[in-house]
Write a protein that binds this ligand. Sequence first.
Ligand SMILES: C[S@@+](CC[C@H](N)C(=O)[O-])C[C@H]1O[C@@H](n2cnc3c(N)ncnc32)[C@H](O)[C@@H]1O
Length: 219
Amino acid sequence: MTLDLSEVQQFYDRFGKKQDLQGFYEDPALDELIGHARFDEAKSVFEFGCGTGRFAARLLSDHLPASATYCGCDLSRTMVDLARERLASYGDRAQVLQSEGGIRFPLSDHSVDRIVSTYVLDLLSESDIEAFLHEAYRVIEAGGTMCVVSLTRGTTFASRIVSGIWAAIFRMRASLVGGCRPIRLEPYIDEGAWEVAYQKVVIAYGVPSDVLIVRARES
Ligand SMILES: C[S@@+](CC[C@H](N)C(=O)[O-])C[C@H]1O[C@@H](n2cnc3c(N)ncnc32)[C@H](O)[C@@H]1O
């Protein structure tokens, strides 16, 4: 069972800056995402569950055009404060919003061309993942790109053991692993709405991550 909203909020309020220590297995997957998502052509990015703002800072400093804007949201007050502090130097180009946890983005229809969410869908319930994809399709422009990364099941002997142990800990006590469990992203994708542009399982220190980039079809 996934954690409920208040458990997620409490966990990440306490976890705070420690989230950045997950970089040892997250960064290789994020590098893969950046390598294939054409952020240099982006105009407006929305990130769901931005955490400490680490990925946003990387996008803004190294990958987005100077004219591109960024909007992130997070459920955790601690994370929102950390991300705001980290992105303060980008002024009006970057804003971070406090979310109440509902899967409803503070954006109008077809108003962004990139949606990003890394290591967040793996802590949502199945119905919330479906709601996320529905909402993403509402706010993205036709031809826009959604970039998601999550923990996933292993594809090699070592990574199958790691993801198996991770899943077992999740079943025993989800809060020990921040509410996250290995999932596969592609089965959630409605091929009538999204075209898969890139998918790869990246393994770092035995931890497998699913990197998925999909393009929104015309509605
Ligand atoms: C595992 S952390 C990942 C943070 C960041 N994306 C990264 O890759 O480092 C998950 C983040 O999602 C946020 N989160 C979880 N559920 C959320 C929801 N329903 N709405 C907004 N943020 C949420 C948590 O507060 C936390 O900051």
